[in-house]
Design a protein around this ligand. Structure first.
Ligand SMILES: NC(=O)c1ccc[n+]([C@@H]2O[C@H](COP(=O)([O-])OP(=O)(O)OC[C@H]3O[C@@H](n4cnc5c(N)ncnc54)[C@H](OP(=O)(O)O)[C@@H]3O)[C@@H](O)[C@H]2O)c1
Length: 358
């Protein structure tokens, strides 16, 4: 496989590489990359045949979008690139807007029609383009009716301002309801879902996986390396490492759990057998999961990106996949247990009948 093994994203004609370029690191910040470094990452991704660039209106306060817009313009690649961006988090400039309440404009966030139009116009301006290929609702706001969101995004597709849309960080029922409403009302529907999915984050398999298949949505995993944890650069006896999870940060502690160290141990063993870095094996595992159309890779350097792109060459053996599956298996839970084999046999007179999307 390579980045030019394009495939359709969900039930659509949008053709994407198996790895998409995440640009959350483009711009200033503790884990950020300056403009020259970001440009080098963008160029390396394109040189390898990659065609999906994913940003968001809130990444580095809009600078990520500005960088991406400039890189696309300078390379004359607008027609080749699947340009994806997101709305949803509050865009008020007030430092209090995001999480302390009170000072921000409530109409500068969420999935209400008013904010979607505001956010899209601002993104188009920063990106220097007049259309978005894949417009993501970044996060479920828990408030706006699904009908309003589908109507607004469907109208934007019809107006040509966006070509397609998808949902990130939402309950599975929400995406499924949106897909159903869209079909019934003959409004353009969602084609993809963007969710956290990796060897240490498999919760989405229970509800989101089946919803994606049933609703014709391709899955685009984010943080497939768990923010760097699955590169193996952090050790149980020394988590100082060098990267996003080292020192004081909002992510590290949650990644450094007993369960995750056990998963990393098996990953390291499989990586040694493959003579590949653990990051490549972790990415190969995600890419091989059912319903995954394109996996979002993030990088702080060109070397990291190249390392990650080489994951497309990794072929895991059935035994290696079994060991990785086993150590990282999510706890059953109510929905997952409903499809367990013994129950299926109880229903079908002892036969292990499989459904059409299984
Ligand atoms: N929808 C959402 O809510 C959401 C949330 C998060 C991300 N995303 C999207 O998903 C993309 C990827 O997410 P992510 O950045 O968290 O992905 P990730 O692949 O889990 O983590 C990427 C980070 O890991 C480290 N790394 C990557 N490759 C490495 C290598 N080969 N060797 C050593 N270290 C390596 C780098 O950080 P250090 O060098 O600093 O350690 C890099 O920035 C983002 O850019 C964004 O587009 C979406």
């Amino acid at each position: 496989m390579s980045l030019t093994h394009y495939r359709a994203l969900g039930r659509s004609g949008l053709v994407v590489s198996p790895l998409s370029l995440g640009t959350m690191t483009f711009g200033p910040g503790d884990w950020g990359v300056d403009e020259a470094g970001s440009r080098a990452i963008f160029d390396a991704y394109r040189d390898a045949g990659g065609n999906v660039v994913d940003t968001a209106d809130i990444y580095t306060g809009g600078i990520s979008e500005e960088f991406v817009g400039r890189f696309i313009k300078d390379t004359g690649s607008r027609d080749e690139i699947v340009l994806a961006t997101k709305f949803g988090f509050n865009g008020s400039r007030s430092p209090l807007a995001s999480n302390q309440g009170g000072a921000g404009n409530p109409h500068a966030g969420g999935a209400g029609s008013k904010n979607i139009h505001r956010a899209l116009d601002a993104s188009l301006r920063r990106l220097g383009t007049d259309y978005i290929d894949l417009y993501w609702m970044h996060i479920w706001d828990g408030v706006t009716p699904v009908e309003e969101i589908v109507q607004t995004l469907g109208d934007l597709v019809r107006a040509g301002k966006i070509r397609h849309y998808g949902f990130s960080d939402m309950p599975a029922w929400f995406a499924m309801k949106a897909a159903t409403i869209a079909t019934e009302r003959r409004v353009p529907g969602p084609i993809a879902m963007q969710v956290e999915y990796s060897l240490v984050a498999r919760d989405v398999e229970a509800e989101h996986g089946p919803a994606a298949r049933e609703g014709g949505m391709g899955i685009m995993p984010w943080s497939p390396l768990a923010g760097g944890f699955l590169t193996g650069k952090y050790r149980r006896d020394d988590t100082s490492g060098t990267g996003r999870l080292s020192g004081a940060n909002p992510f590290g502690d949650s990644k450094f759990s007993d369960r995750n160290w056990a998963i990393l141990a098996v990953l390291n063993a499989v990586a040694a057998e493959q003579d590949r870095p653990p990051a490549q094996v972790a990415l190969a595992w995600v890419m091989a999961q059912r319903g995954v159309a394109s996996t979002l890779v993030g990088a702080r350097t060109v070397a990291q990106l190249r390392d990650n792109i080489a994951a497309t060459e990794v072929a895991l053996t059935p035994d290696q996949i079994r060991r990785l599956d086993q150590v990282s298996a999510p706890e059953g839970g109510f929905s997952a247990n409903l499809t367990a084999l013994p129950i299926r046999r109880m229903i079908y007179g002892g036969h292990a009948v499989t459904g059409w999307t299984e």
